[in-house]
Design a protein around this ligand. Structure first.
Ligand code: MSP
Length: 521
């Protein structure tokens, strides 16, 4: 994020209520949660916004298929999203629904403003409409006559409607992208938008006649029409901020960071900034775009029966291991694929054998040799060889402590975790190299064994700090096992050798990530 702002807005898309939360929604929500925790720990004031998108054709049709009124249907599914995020300990600050009255009022106010400014006109129009995407497609955007995302032929819709003069903003959008190279990241998506803007933009149809659809926000200047769902939903990012943060809204907005997948790039990168310009509002700071999660080779879809549900993952494997997998496996911006094999491999390799095993090995030795009591550093001088060995662990954590925040700022979640795991690997190597379990057999070496274990317990506390934004429960569990208060990433770690009070006793080991036996699944 640009500079080191003290206030920041972080948003997920508002999820449509025609489906229940799955792995894809969870990914965006988890990365935003990780960043929210990270920024808070850096002392920044965060406004983490998520919610549900409830109007439009798609929802009206889903409600009809479910045999209920759209409002009742939206209430039900919106509650499922909110309670899922609650059960997943997602630390959102505000949950917005596009049916909330403050949002509806804001949409109508902006429409009035844009209409008064002369940027809305009435016309008849025919176009290819994809209900899945809730937008018209130009011929050029269709692939073999189909929507490339839903692989379905669009419907031809022809009617009289209101239009927003999107085309009038083409040059200003291009200028903004040129003047602000970080406006859209990663760069590949910025280039995609630049190429979209290389062709003439068509004006945007922003209404639906109530004769065809009445589940929407009525236009303030014509009751026979409701607002097009994107001209409604996008405004939430500003409406909810103003509602929840009042006078401070502008401060947060200067650092508004939206997070989306590539499926909704055009509405966020083209419609939204143009809408803000037309409404006389400043633009958001950044659009951060990630790729798709596929299920093995195929798309995730209800009809293929391969949808991964976050609460099922939590139940089966624990929340943090799911978070870890999502954050470790996808490189932000590129596509990734989820397979249960890959999940089990990461779980058993990185979590069970890696982090979990390290924690339990260190605590077992501390308990076995010293009844859990940390030993004061030995009086006699440490040999050069021992000092060198200790320095490898110090150096690995110092590097990780410097790199992980930088990588998080750059959205390289997978590299940040890789870096943290290098530090854990340095601990494993240290145990092998110093072999405290062998040294302990020689009574004269007990002082050194105490030192080695003290250093390792301190290293675990450093690890808990590094992992806090990514895996909050595991971080808290490590602190608890070490018998200390929970720690935050940005707290400056105490100097080595001073992390624990004299006479500190650590807890007994507990398995953090019991190995998954493949045949037991
Ligand atoms: N309602 C609109 C967004 C309006 S924002 C003002 C919408 N909703 S959605 O329910 O379809 O959510 C799309 C978003 O969900 C994606 O942009 C992404 O954040 C997340 N994902 C849903 N499926 C996904 C994958 N398979 N992979 C990665 N992310 C996905 O679009």
């Amino acid at each position: 994020m640009t500079g080191k702002p003290s206030t920041i807005e972080l948003t997920t898309p508002l999820y449509y209520v025609n489906a229940e939360p799955h792995l894809g929604h969870t990914y965006t929500t988890v990365i935003v949660d990780t960043l929210a925790r990270f920024h808070r720990s850096m002392g920044r004031e965060v406004f983490f916004l998520t919610g549900t998108d409830e109007h439009g054709d798609k929802i009206a049709r889903a409600a009809e298929a479910a045999g209920c009124e759209p409002r009742e249907y939206a209430d039900r599914v919106s509650d499922i999203f909110r309670s899922t995020w609650d059960e997943c300990s997602i630390s959102y600050d505000h949950f917005v629904r596009t049916t909330d009255s403050y949002h509806v009022d804001f949409v109508r106010e902006v429409l009035t403003r844009v209409n008064d400014a002369g940027d809305i006109y009435f016309d008849s129009y025919g176009g290819n409409y994809c209900t899945g995407c809730e937008r018209f497609y130009t011929d050029r955007e269709l692939v073999d006559g189909k929507c490339p995302d839903h692989e379905l032929e669009p419907e031809w819709i022809e009617e009289q409607n209101y239009f927003f003069k999107l085309s009038a903003y083409q040059q200003r959008l291009l200028d903004h992208l040129h003047d602000n190279p970080d406006f859209i990241r990663p760069e590949g998506y910025r280039n995609e938008v630049l190429s979209l803007l290389g062709e003439p933009l068509e004006d945007l149809c922003i209404s639906r006649p109530t004769s065809r659809l009445d589940w929407g926000i009525p236009l303030p200047f014509d009751d026979d029409y409701v607002t097009y769902v994107w001209f409604d939903a996008l405004l939430n990012y500003r409406a909810a901020l103003e509602f929840a943060r009042g006078d401070k809204a502008d401060k947060f907005w200067q650092n508004a960071n939206h997070f989306i997948a590539k499926d909704i790039l055009k509405p966020h990168a083209v419609f939204w900034p143009a809408m803000l310009m037309a409404a006389g509002l400043p633009l958001y700071d950044r659009l951060n775009v990630h790729g798709y999660w596929n299920m093995g080779e195929s798309k995730m879809s209800k009809s293929l029966g391969n949808v991964i549900r976050p609460l099922e993952m939590k139940e089966r494997f624990g929340l943090d291991s799911f978070r870890y997998f999502l954050l470790r496996e996808m490189s932000f911006g590129s596509d990734s694929s989820f397979t249960e094999d890959a999940f089990v491999r990461r779980f058993n390799g990185d979590l069970s054998n890696g982090l979990g095993n390290l924690v339990s090995r260190v605590l077992s030795m501390q308990n076995k040799y010293f009844d859990g009591l940390l030993q004061a550093p030995a009086d006699e001088d440490t040999s050069a060889e021992d000092t060198a060995a200790d320095a490898t662990v110090h150096a690995a954590f110092e590097k990780a402590e410097q790199r992980v925040p930088e990588l998080l700022e750059g959205l390289s979640f997978h590299l940040a975790l890789e870096e943290a795991w290098h530090a854990l690997a340095a601990c494993d190597k240290y145990i092998v190299d110093t072999a405290p379990f062998k040294l302990y057999k020689d009574e004269s070496k007990h002082g050194r064994v105490g030192e080695i274990l003290l250093l390792l317990c301190e290293a675990l506390l450093h690890a808990a700090r590094l992992l806090a934004p990514f895996m909050p429960d595991s971080s808290a569990a490590i602190s608890r096992l070490l018998n200390t208060e929970p720690v935050e990433m940005a707290e400056p770690p105490p100097a080595w050798g001073t992390a624990f009070e004299p006479g500190h006793r650590v807890g007994k080991p507990e398995p953090l990530f019991p190995r998954i036996e493949i045949d037991k699944q």
